[in-house]
Design a protein around this ligand. Sequence first.
Ligand SMILES: [Zn+2]
Length: 308
Amino acid sequence: MSIEPIGHDIHCVDLHPLGLEEYISAYVVDRGQVAVIDCGPSSTIENLLDAMAEMEIDPAEIRQILLTHIHVDHAGGAGLLSKKAPQAKIYVHEQGAYHLVHPEFLWSSTKKVLGELAEEYGEVQPVPKSSVVPLSGGERIHLDTTEIAVVETPGHAPHHLCFWDIPSSGIFTGDAAGIYVRKQDCLLPTTPPPNFDLELSLTSLTRLMALQADRLYYTHFGRRKDARAHLEAYSRRLRLWVDTVLQGVEEGFNEQEIRDQLARTDPHLRKIEGISGRDRLIHESSVLFSIQGIMRYLRSSDSLSRES
Ligand SMILES: [Zn+2]
């Protein structure tokens, strides 16, 4: 299991989902009290526990499980983890709390959207209602003597939160700041259906920039320094993708043709063409998924009907 200490008692754990390296990280913060940020899916909870054993942390010591949002790749394993960490409180946006306690709808919609991939992430198990702490942004979570501030960041999903770790001047970004493909050094949008919203995403990014943090801790994947530059770059990339998809739809292109058009306008997308095997397939399907999310957003925001 690869565990990367990234300073300020934070460890980035590569969860190795779907047999992939550097695709999903969970963060373990050990400051006397132990917190886990985005525990990942059910299928990799054993990997997370193995990593914690390597760090000589007993899961029963976990006091906080912080979830940026309830999508299966970030939070699907919270129910399984809470069995090993019965004292842990589970922090999640108030709009997501119900679905963690009653995951039937979350799981059936995940299967509908992701197909076979959903089974590979593993079925979502319920978390005990008494463990859930609903959040709406603006709260402070105390981790021993340090504080993590809760920032509401809708856009990728309406119930998305980021966690600003004040001692390390770093933000746990979930999916609010895109997907950083570390091995290719490229940043890609994650704008899935049914809830991606450009305006909300851009407002959330502005809110994150105002924190003047130094570092970003991506779920996909790892730590990056120079937070502001990457947040600005992501804002620009979102606008570029939405403009390019709008143009493509108006020209009657299909999703694959829009993807190819995006690759001509965005050098970062071209970089994933350097990846091979399953890794490439997963990234390519995530790109198509993001295109579908933008198309849906354009339809619902009237940009398409206005133009036609
Ligand atoms: Zn994700």
